[in-house]
Design a binder for this molecule. Structure first.
Ligand code: UGA
Length: 432
């Protein structure tokens, strides 16, 4: 099939590349000329395991193309995926849909035969209705169908999530579009993905509800971990004990720093904004947002306690600064508030991240980047394991750290407290 992905951010690029790998002809469009020129040389703008190889393979066999020419890409394609950003509006918690509606206007100027127009960007309920209105001002409704097909890709696991999704959600009442899309996704359905055809509005809401629920699950376990710390119970035991109940499930039940990234913080706010617009109260999600906003200060307080409130001139090393492992994404990472706060209190921060130095900390005088684990931790008073990269899972701390009295604060509960104590390491974890 002939597809075009409008927007080569995370969603558009990964989905476009994977669709081309499944045998489709895909044009990825972006207005950022540098990005497109780089992609034509297989230079990938994001860190995502496996993506570069797939771009290279499908670009070489000519199934994957990159362009800035939106009009031409639309004309050449039967299925158009809108994958542009829907960031939080300035001074509001609602999603900013400017880019989505701009694309809809451009599409309305470029349709000559039947096209399926799909929102893959995360868009609030009724956005599809709005897009349909915009396009139908210029084009007969017989010539297009607007469908919602949300994505459920996790950064760092995006290729696997694309190829082996739990479900494919298609929001449309148009039978022709449904048939075509079921065919498009048939290679994934035959591998076990459930195919769900529902209304467009329901599909739009499924995406927000899923992200808000996962954020709630994480926040629930994070709050319980605070209780565990007071009562000498290990949160890991609670997660295992709860997660084995199939109604609850063990995934997304790992306590840690505040959830971050480009999705949960933005989408929880946007769904609350939608519910406010329709005069309902999503009080649970409101509490989740508040609790998560407060989490970094709670973990900072714990860090101060671990250092007996003597922060000035303490050498603190962060292992990992991105919002989670296997990504270079810093958006809404808790390190963005924790490092400056510790720096302000006089700590000397050193950090290592497998994805390299971050611009976010370059202006802070006493925050430095080390390009390997050994040099990052060797002089530390406190090592904070902030992300759960495999690289951090079997470090021989006693061999590498010179300082005799160092402490470890493991915010991802990677290590066993028992083994750490056997090695006489002063080890602190989340929820124990
Ligand atoms: C999330 C969803 O998981 C995807 O299904 C969705 O498609 C995506 O948002 C999106 O809307 O585009 P992502 O933000 O890439 O994916 O990352 P997650 O793996 O979900 O992690 C989000 C945050 O939750 C991270 O800060 C992570 O460290 C934290 N987390 C996750 C926990 O603290 N505990 C857990 O058990 C799981």
């Amino acid at each position: 099939m002939k597809l075009c992905m409008i927007g080569t951010g995370y969603v558009g690029l990964v989905s476009g590349v994977c669709f081309s790998d499944l045998g489709n002809d895909v044009i990825c469009v972006d207005k950022d000329l540098d990005k497109i020129n780089n992609l034509k040389q297989c230079i990938i703008p994001i860190y995502e395991p496996g993506l570069e190889e797939l771009v290279l393979k499908n670009f070489k066999n000519n199934r994957l193309k990159f362009t800035t020419n939106l009009k031409e890409a639309i004309l050449k394609s039967d299925i158009i995926f809108i994958c542009v950003g829907t960031p939080t509006k300035k001074n509001s918690s609602a999603a900013d849909l400017t880019q989505v509606y701009d694309v809809a206007k451009e599409i309305s100027r470029s349709i000559a035969k039947f096209k399926i127009i799909i929102t893959k960007s995360t868009v609030p309920v009724t956005t599809g209705d709005e897009i349909e209105k915009i396009i139908s001002k210029k084009i007969s409704k017989k010539l297009f169908s607007v469908v919602s097909n949300p994505e459920f890709l996790r950064e760092g696991e995006a290729i696997r999530d694309f190829i082996y999704p739990d479900r494919v959600v298609i929001g449309t009442s148009n039978k022709r579009s449904n048939k075509i899309l079921k065919n498009l996704y048939s290679p994934l359905i035959s591998k076990g993905a459930k195919y769900i055809n529902t209304s467009r509005r329901a599909a739009e809401l499924i995406k927000y509800a899923s992200n808000a629920f996962l954020a709630t699950k994480i926040t629930f376990i994070n709050e319980l971990s605070n209780l565990c710390e007071k009562i000498n119970v290990n949160i890991e035991d609670i997660s295992i004990g709860m997660g084995l109940d199939k109604r609850i499930g063990s995934r997304f039940l790992r306590a840690g720093p505040a959830y971050g990234g480009s999705c949960f913080p933005k989408d929880t706010k946007a769904i609350v904004s939608t519910s406010d617009k329709f005069k309902t109260n999503l009080s649970v999600i409101k509490s989740v947002i508040k609790s998560n906003d407060n989490r970094s200060s709670l973990l900072l307080k714990r860090t101060f306690e671990i250092l007996n409130n003597k922060i000035k001139n303490k050498k603190i090393c962060f292992l990992g600064v991105t919002f989670k492992a296997n990504t270079d994404d810093m958006r809404d990472s808790s390190s963005l508030s924790m490092i400056p706060s510790l720096h302000k209190k006089g700590a000397k921060i050193n950090y290592f991240d497998p994805t390299g130095e971050k611009n976010d900390f370059k202006k802070l005088k006493n925050v430095t980047f080390s390009n390997n684990i050994k040099s990052a931790i060797s002089n530390s008073d406190l090592i904070i394991i902030h992300t759960e990269w495999n690289d951090f899972k079997s470090i021989n701390f006693n061999k590498l750290v010179k300082n005799k009295n160092y402490k470890i604060f493991d915010m991802r509960n990677i290590y066993s407290a028992k083994k750490m104590s056997e090695q006489k390491i002063k080890y602190f974890a989340i929820g124990s």
